[in-house]
Design a protein around this ligand. Structure first.
Ligand SMILES: [Mn+2]
Length: 430
């Protein structure tokens, strides 16, 4: 048995009040889908097997460069964070893995592994941090890390990434995500070519230390913290990195790391086509790297991204297994509620994409029938798949209405009593 904080009896009681309505809704949707020759049971089974990793840094309250407004009962350390992640998993059954951030989550790997196992959790990709200075490090990353002009700084950044791999190996992770804030604030400040050469050489050193069964994900971002140029600014540069490093290197797409209006789903298709899509940091945005909750602003875009993923699944693209991770900053909500909601929105987009009539779509494309091609996508997107999501959760032991069950549990109030407020703390927006 797992050492869980959420009572199974409470979830059962919450579900008992909702089961009748869900049964009716599920049957009605099943009949609707059957008329479209879709077996609801097949969709529910696929949704139940779709998982997204929760970021450890996401369970703390985030902030902006202006201020951070702490919430009640914030996790004080990685072990508290894992407790919170377990609650999200227990209610949604969609988030069995946690993505760690080093050095923020640094702890004895044996204790990390034991704690996760006691909660029924595993670990997804490790995230290194060379965009801020740890208190005791000899060299500063103020002017960059893997692309820094000084070899000693680059060596320190490489060493940190190797340490992340070592910690990851001890706790069962299989991937390393590297995002650097390296870049410049003024034209002329850095030489584009030389800084990218230095970055590639440093990444090559990290790559050499990657175990055979690991993958390395490089993450691009257009701007911020550097405001004139970033060394890994877009998917083209990212593709060059993954190509030059080798077969274990892939591109990570953070939905918030592009210029406004960028056709992200098309970038996803390109990376799939050339075998370099490593995975995602899901979030949503209105203006920039806003790190808002997945599906909160542009749910149709999230659906269109999943349409490409399901299309690749449908075509049986070889070696296609992107890592799904959330990367958000929860500034005005309870982070647990935001992550529950986001995991559900991501599953929703996946379920809707599974409903696309791909044969019909392909026919409309070949006939140049633009309107009906668009309508084919819209028809899937307009389908309210909530009964499928709820039924998948219920069957796996989760909550039919996870946010309502979470609120009924009083978890936040309880941990508020146990966890005194910590001063400062990291926002963790990457
Ligand atoms: Mn990210």
């Amino acid at each position: 048995m797992y050492d869980l904080r959420m009572s199974g009896d409470l979830i059962a009681a919450e579900n008992a009040a909702r089961e009748g309505a869900l049964k009716n809704d599920y049957e009605a949707l099943g009949a609707n889908l059957a008329r479209r020759n879709i077996d609801i049971e097949a969709i529910t089974a696929q949704v139940a097997q779709f998982f997204v990793a929760v970021p450890s840094w996401g369970v703390g309250t985030g902030g902006t460069r202006f201020a951070r407004f702490p919430g009640i009962g914030e996790p004080r350390n990685i072990f508290d964070k894992l407790d919170d992640c377990a609650v999200i998993q227990q209610l949604t059954r969609a988030t069995p893995n946690v993505s760690l951030h080093i050095p923020w989550d640094k702890a004895n790997p044996k204790e990390l592994k034991a704690k996760a196992e006691a909660l029924g959790l595993g670990f997804d990709a490790m995230n290194s941090n060379t965009f801020s200075d740890a208190p005791d490090q000899p060299h500063s990353y103020k002017f960059g890390s893997l692309s820094h002009v000084d070899l000693a700084v680059r060596a320190q950044a490489v060493e940190h990434n190797i340490e992340c791999i070592e910690i990851g190996e001890a706790i069962g992770s299989k991937a390393l995500t590297v995002w650097v804030g390296d870049g410049s604030n003024f034209p002329g400040q850095s030489n584009f070519t030389r800084s990218f050469e230095r970055y590639l050489a440093a990444m090559g050193e990290i790559y050499k230390n990657l175990p055979d069964d690991w993958r390395i994900f490089s993450e691009h971002k257009m701007y911020e913290p550097a405001f004139y140029s970033s060394v890994v600014q877009d998917w083209g540069t990212n593709y060059l990195i993954a190509s030059m490093l080798g077969p274990k290197a892939f591109c990570l797409v953070d939905l918030g790391h592009h210029a406004p209006n960028t056709n992200i789903e098309m970038i996803v298709a390109r990376l799939i086509q050339f075998g370099k899509l490593g995975g995602f940091h899901f979030n949503d945005s209105k203006y920039g790297d806003d790190d808002l909750d997945a599906g909160a602003i542009e749910p149709y875009r999230l659906f269109l991204v999943f349409n490409e993923l399901v299309d690749a699944e449908h075509r049986g693209v070889r070696g296609f297994h992107p890592a799904h991770m959330i990367d958000q900053s929860h500034n005005v909500t309870d982070p647990i509620e935001s992550l529950i909601s986001s995991a559900n929105e991501i599953r929703r987009a996946y379920a809707q994409a599974l409903l696309v009539d791909r044969e019909a779509l392909s026919g409309y494309q070949d006939d140049n029938d633009a309107l009906m091609a668009s309508e084919t996508l819209k028809r899937a997107y307009r389908t309210d798949v909530e009964p499928i999501l709820a039924e998948a959760r219920r069957r796996a032991g989760g909550a039919i209405d996870p946010v309502a069950a979470y609120r009924a549990s009083g978890y936040r109030r309880k941990v508020g009593d146990e966890r005194p407020a910590v001063k400062g703390g990291s926002g963790g927006i990457v």
